[in-house]
Design a protein around this ligand. Structure first.
Ligand SMILES: [Zn+2]
Length: 228
């Protein structure tokens, strides 16, 4: 269990390693039995629980400097959170499964919340799906972002705006469920309302074309946009 190794690594004293190991195993077992709310409970479970929570969080944060969904660079941990890709309220058995955890920005975390984009049609039991095509939506730990989604950034003096174009069915699903809302949320919070409205229209237009911009839009985008 990869996460347990990370928890143990964060300690120097043997006695404390044992304490933390017992705590982590206890939570892991409860999660496999279907207990919910364990992630939040762990944080509030005394100094040992908090330390185990922090060790897991630090490890997942260290895996990427970008948000697993919008791909924005995360400059500070205050804008960083852990997302359970399959929400732990619906799939408690994956609360402490390493590949179900991803670093995300606060905006994506807030908008995704406990939504299930994956809707597994067959009961999964305790085995986490490995095959990339098994996921109906882009999975940040199993897929490569650029293979599924184009990310476009409009950068002017007044605006930093991102638009997303899905290239596969999984990429399109993430665009329609999350990324369109993320880019529009950012636009709404932009100071200049005229620019914000124009950017919002552009985003809606791209989405209305089923994520396939026409030649004319491509030309417009090329003049405005740098691809990252
Ligand atoms: Zn994000």
């Amino acid at each position: 269990m990869k996460l347990l190794r990370e928890v143990r690594k964060s300690y120097l004293q043997k006695r404390k390693i044992k304490e933390a190991t017992n705590k982590a195993i206890d939570y892991y077992k409860k999660s496999r039995n279907g207990t919910t709310k364990l992630w939040a409970n762990l944080y509030n479970d005394g100094p040992v629980g908090k330390r185990v929570y922090n060790a897991i969080t630090d490890y997942v944060h260290g895996l990427s400097e970008r948000c697993g969904y919008c791909q924005d660079r995360i400059f500070h941990n205050s804008n960083s959170n852990i997302d359970h890709i399959l929400p732990c309220s619906i799939y408690p058995q994956f609360t402490f499964v390493e590949e179900n955890l991803v670093r995300v920005c606060m905006t994506c975390n807030m908008i995704k919340s406990a939504h299930d984009y994956y809707v597994l049609s067959v009961p999964t039991g305790n085995g986490y799906r490995q095959h990339t095509s098994a996921w109906v939506c882009y999975h940040p730990r199993h897929h490569i972002f650029s293979q599924h989604i184009d990310r476009l950034v409009v950068q002017t003096n007044h605006l930093h705006f991102r638009a997303y174009i899905g290239k596969t069915s999984q990429g399109k699903k993430l665009c329609s469920t999350l990324l369109q809302k993320v880019s529009e949320f950012e636009v709404r919070s932009t100071a200049n309302p005229v620019v914000a409205q124009a950017a919002q229209k552009l985003s809606q237009f791209i989405q209305s074309k089923g994520s396939m911009p026409t030649e004319a839009v491509n030309k417009l985008l090329q003049s405005l946009v740098r691809k990252t």
